[in-house]
Design a binder for this molecule. Structure first.
Ligand code: UD1
Ligand code: UDP
Length: 372
């Protein structure tokens, strides 16, 4: 038996790795071990509950208001020790968080090959998203196998000089995850007679002006009493300090604690519109056919823009207000964004990831690329 360690630490990684865990468990001759760095605690548990997954090991690295250098300093040695103790044959990481790069570096130091799920996303802007653009590029310097979600992401890796044979286009595992969770989860209690707008906003690079963005959302909520805005707020205290004073007083805004992923999938499915700065919500919205407004200046997920499922609002509060207010006033414009062809995946991404790892371990054929 070969031992594959799936390592992650935050909510989005957990959600997107859950289907890969299922797929690896179905591979004969592979013993899969789930390692959490504990970069997130509560939010990680909330992400995994609908899948019934509990990590086999937890490095418990989270601290309140953690800084990037200190977190990096905790994860690298702890992950290296754990990977050595587990005698891992292969390590699988996901995405672009600090955990992603720190565990890849630890595995590299230990001489263990690393596969990267959701490799190749690029915004081509090192400040946005920060520090994720650096994390994903640094990780891809270290990898044995890259598993980009789309042909566009593969192209980015080829441009950086990576060998084509070690790049397998898999589709996005968020698609697999949200299809699984949305049939199991139900939304939180919602008013029957209102249009539901789901909101998430937490990104580090948006923190300096998050209060102004929250103010813009409050203006939208006041202008649209026919809508009910549901915003599960990230546990980062800096996010909560920016958001609560602006939005809590409004009657048609519900600020909730973070939702477990099944409930979140239910909320997204019930929404007329999603407003977000998250990566995963862009892909989930496109999968469920729900229009998404993205609170960023650039996205590393351009496929959704190309098919018309996403709109980039930028981060200027006036522009954000104008775009969302305009959409909520224009049913035809919203309808044109609904149920676009999904450019992110076909729901079988996790199987391709698992087969790719099995191939690297000499246990299976190389899988065929998605959309080859
Ligand atoms: C991190 C990722 C980001 C991802 C986001 C997902 C990095 C550099 N950033 O964001 O890519 O989009 O997670 O949510 O890795 N906290 C809790 N409980 C939790 C989780 C967080 O209390 O379960 C609080 C803690 O005070 C923690 C703070 O939130 O210090 C920030 O968490 P952190 O993982 O550092 O957040 P980001 O870097 O903003
Ligand atoms: N999500 C969730 N509960 C919430 C908010 C978000 O389960 O209260 C899900 C969301 O549907 C998406 C994922 O978390 O699938 C995205 O994670 P996050 O926004 O934390 O990170 P990002 O995608 O920005 O990296």
């Amino acid at each position: 038996m070969k031992k594959v360690v799936l390592a992650f630490g935050t909510r989005p990684e957990a959600i997107k790795m859950a289907p890969v865990i299922f797929a690896l468990r179905a591979q004969p001759e592979i013993n899969s071990v789930v390692l959490s760095t504990g970069q997130h605690q509560q939010q990680l548990e909330d992400a995994l509950r609908v899948f019934g997954i509990v990590p086999d090991a937890d490095l418990k690295t989270m601290t309140d208001r953690q800084t990037l250098p200190a977190l990096m300093g905790r994860i690298v040695p702890a992950a290296a020790d754990k990977l050595r103790e587990l005698q891992a044959d292969y390590v699988l990481v996901h995405g672009d968080t600090l955990t992603t790069f720190a565990v890849s570096l630890a595995a590299f130091f230990e001489g263990i090959p690393v596969g990267h799920v959701e490799a190749g996303l690029r915004s081509f802007n090192m400040r946005e998203p920060f520090p994720e653009e650096a994390n994903r590029k640094l990780t891809d310097v270290l990898t044995d196998l890259d598993l980009p979600p789309t042909p566009g992401a593969k192209k980015n890796l080829l441009h950086e000089g990576k060998a084509a044979e070690r790049i397998i286009v898999t589709g996005q595992t968020e698609v697999d995850a949200v299809l699984y969770a949305s049939t199991r989860g139900t939304p939180p209690p919602l008013p029957e007679n209102k249009r539901i707008v789901g909101v998430t906003m937490h990104r580090r690079e948006n923190l300096p002006f998050m209060r102004e963005l929250a103010h813009a959302l409050a203006r939208v909520a006041k202008a649209h009493p026919e809508c009910y805005f549901v915003y599960p707020v990230h546990l980062n205290p800096a996010v909560r300090e920016a958001v609560y004073p602006e939005l809590e007083p409004l009657e048609n805004v519900a600020l909730l604690e973070p939702l477990e992923f099944g409930t979140m999938a239910g909320l997204m499915r019930r929404s007329a519109l999603l407003i977000t700065d998250s990566g995963g919500v862009q892909e989930s919205g496109a999968t469920l056919g729900i229009p998404v407004v993205v609170l960023r200046n650039v996205t590393e997920r351009p496929e959704g823009l190309a098919v018309g499922a996403l709109k980039l609002a930028g981060t200027d509060p006036e522009q954000v207000f104008t775009l969302i207010d305009g959409l909520l006033c224009d049913e035809a414009a919203l309808a044109a964004m609904r149920n676009r062809p999904n450019p992110y995946g076909d729901g079988k991404a996790a199987q391709r990831c698992a087969q790719g790892v099995a191939w690297r371990l000499g246990l299976a054929e190389r899988p065929v690329d998605w959309q080859d």
